[in-house]
Design a binder for this molecule. Sequence first.
Ligand SMILES: Cc1ncc(COP(=O)(O)O)c(C=O)c1O
Length: 387
Amino acid sequence: MAFDVEAVRAEFPILQRQVNGHPLVYLDSAASAQKPEAVISAMSRAMETSYANVHRGLHTLANETTEAFEQARASVARFIGADTDEVVFTKGATEAINLVAAGLGAGLKAGDEILLTQMEHHANIVPWHFLRERLGVVLRFAPVTETGELDLAAMGQMMGPRTKVVAFSHMSNVLGTVNPAAEIIGMAKAAGALTLVDGCQAVVHQVVDVKALDADFYVFSGHKLYGPTGIGVLYGKRERLAELPPYQGGGEMIATVTEDAITYADSPHRFEAGTPAIIEAIGLGAAIEWLSGLDRGGYRRPRGGPLRPGSRPALRRQLVADHRRGAGQGRDPVLHHGGGARPRCGPDPGSLRGRCPRRRPLRRAADASVWRHLQRPGLLWPLQHRG
Ligand SMILES: Cc1ncc(COP(=O)(O)O)c(C=O)c1O
């Protein structure tokens, strides 16, 4: 079915409102996407018709809610090509990366290397810094080329016998660069390293198949995928999750507890201590079902032809240059929001107030996030104006 921009816009109640007297145009989806009616009503329905705690009650509502919660897990698993027991619900991508870093840290020692890239979000930097501080592991950062691509040759040369983990973003939230995840994972495997892919942005834009990628871990957040906040996903290969120690202790993650011993439940429950974000998981399941019903290839194409990259390489080049200048002045060398030089000019303020974003201001915008946002279905009409 062809992608119908107006029909999709109509599914977002918030896009009916006005801001400063103009129809709302929302350009911040990469930070957090707005919610379609399908998600809002699935969450309300769950609270209105069948709500209880999961996995512990024996009454009707408990059974129904548990069933809905586990169906949401099954939706996630189908969406990324995983098995259901390989899908762990977390608070978000940040918690998922912390969980993996803390777990893998138990097997690392001083001098072991963790290879990241210069285009990571803080969520995929700071948890590894914890290991540097606590264990003395060494963090290395694969460089980014002038045009904002990962320097794969350099990255390959940085992988060696000391490399234990390679953790990288599938799609940069700063540059919009899509990294060749399968190739990087292949290189990491050849070096004997485990891989973690931060799929926060990529999972929204592409069909992700974690088995085809052969990633050990793949993480993303629900709220960027048109689902609610407070829910995210850690995919882990079954055998990897089995090796990982539990992250938090509490109810639901144990098999047995006595005064002097505990045994743990199997994955995914081993990593879901306490009452999970039940309604949010149901909302994420609804978001995934909703998104899966769209022509996900179609929304990337402007009317009547393939998506032309336009001046994106130029924007990336500008952003990288700005950040390099920032790094030279003692700022953080890693590309991320707010850490380097400020973009020369941001999104056209007119567009934020609901006027048609014209080609020129957008072309001039050095803020790559504008381009990122333009790829999102909830705000598609600006894309139609790009010719
Ligand atoms: C690439 C990437 N990774 C990780 C995160 C962190 O996601 P969250 O704050 O939902 O945990 C973000 C959020 O912007 C992101 O864009």
